[in-house]
Design a protein around this ligand. Structure first.
Ligand code: HSE
Length: 378
């Protein structure tokens, strides 16, 4: 019997608890033994919960319990998730997480501790919710040099843009709907300003390159400036606008940004709608591979968390090697030299430019007196 703990009983944490209980036989078949939740850590009281005896407010109950081998950290946020995770790994417990902010910010250090302690630090749920993408990128595509990743990595913003495109809904109404459905982060600024997608592309880029790609250095724009005029202009130009986490890899360097991009209707990513995520990965041997599915929500995200718990039970004595190291020197390519085509919206019409650097784009925008300029995903 594997005894496990869940830290955080919010949307994802309650989903993890339910899957472990409701799919107990399936989980046991895969893990090779039954899995039982011994603790749930949360600062709130859950006096009406049928298993209220499982709840604790003291992380030391978990850290000091030798019976607990695997812990799911689904609290979100940096602190105290970082301190708790570090203590648990140092205590020789495997930790799995959906916390992209923590993985993108402290992942390098936590992965090194996990390696030193011969335990697992797994984070499949941190990118793409329920979509398997971390393992496929690390393992199934291991024979490739990854050349490009372009992903719709945030369900909330995809939902908002989809509502703006299909139902002419205002940004605010669509955001409230997404929050009510439990898609949005606690602070929706992380979604709409692009920070959540930035953390996710940083994680994917670090995995693809094998070295840490610092999320703080990725140029990040959200969707707050996208208007219904931009929506109409994109439709007229034969495409849609999606918030894209973008990375290109060449000669050991990474170019990366998060920004709304114009996507022609022929591109596979244009059909990723609602709260769904889609991640298009290009490898030099495999070509294009697309990952698609529910990128947010209680059970889809919990599905990936529990799968990592199962893997941690299976790999209790021989850890799974998924991660990256600290880079030697700067990994970022010169962003000022990078060129994209742009969809420029002028007063009465729009145009798609030749490939331009950012400075050339600014000059062209001024010359055309354009209201907006959105990079094209070619
Ligand atoms: N707020 C995130 C999203 C949750 O909307 O995609 C999943 O990471």
């Amino acid at each position: 019997m594997a005894k496990v703990a869940i830290m955080g009983y919010g949307t994802v944490g309650s989903g993890v608890y339910e899957i472990i209980k409701d799919n107990a036989c399936r989980v046991a078949e895969n893990a090779g033994e039954m899995m039982e939740t011994k603790y749930i850590l949360d600062i709130r009281d859950f006096d009406d919960h049928p298993e209220k005896h499982l709840f604790t407010k003291d992380v030391n109950d978990i850290i000091n319990d030798d019976e607990v081998s695997v812990v799911a950290e689904v609290m979100g946020g940096l602190h105290p998730a970082y301190e708790f995770t570090k203590s648990l790994l140092l205590a020789g417990k495997s930790v799995v997480t959906s916390n992209k902010e923590l993985v993108a910010t402290y992942g390098t250090e936590l992965l090194a501790i996990a390696e030193e302690k011969n335990v697992n630090y797994l984070f499949e749920a941190s990118v793409g919710g329920g979509i398997p993408v971390i393992r496929p990128l690390s393992r199934c595509l291991a024979a490739n040099n990854i050349t490009r990743i372009a992903g719709i990595l945030n369900g909330t913003t995809n939902y908002i843009l989809y509502q703006m495109f299909t139902n002419n809904k205002s940004f605010e109404t669509a955001l409230s709907d997404a929050q009510a459905k439990g898609y949005a982060e606690r602070n929706p600024a992380a979604d709409i300003e692009g920070h959540d997608a930035c953390r996710k592309i940083a994680i994917l880029s670090s995995l693809a390159s094998g070295v840490e790609v610092d999320c703080e250095k990725i140029a990040t724009e959200g969707i707050v400036d996208i208007t219904l005029d931009d929506v109409k202009c994109a439709e007229a130009a034969g495409g849609v606008i999606k918030l894209i986490g973008y990375a290109e890899f060449e000669d050991g360097k990474v170019y990366s940004h998060v920004a709304p991009m114009f996507i022609k209707n022929e591109n596979m990513l244009s059909g990723i709608n609602d709260v769904y995520n889609g991640i298009l990965i290009t490898g030099d041997a495999v070509g294009d591979v697309m990952f698609y599915g529910a990128g947010a929500g209680k059970l889809p995200t919990a599905s990936a968390v529990v799968a990592d718990m199962v893997d941690s039970v299976i790999h209790a004595s021989r850890r799974k090697i998924i991660g990256w190291k600290k880079p030697e020197g700067d990994v970022f390519a010169d962003a000022a030299a990078k060129k994209f085509r742009y969809l420029m919206r002028c007063e009465l019409n729009s145009t798609i430019t030749e490939p331009l650097t950012m400075a050339e784009c600014d000059a062209m925008k001024e010359k055309l007196n354009a209201k907006s300029a959105i990079r094209v995903l070619d």
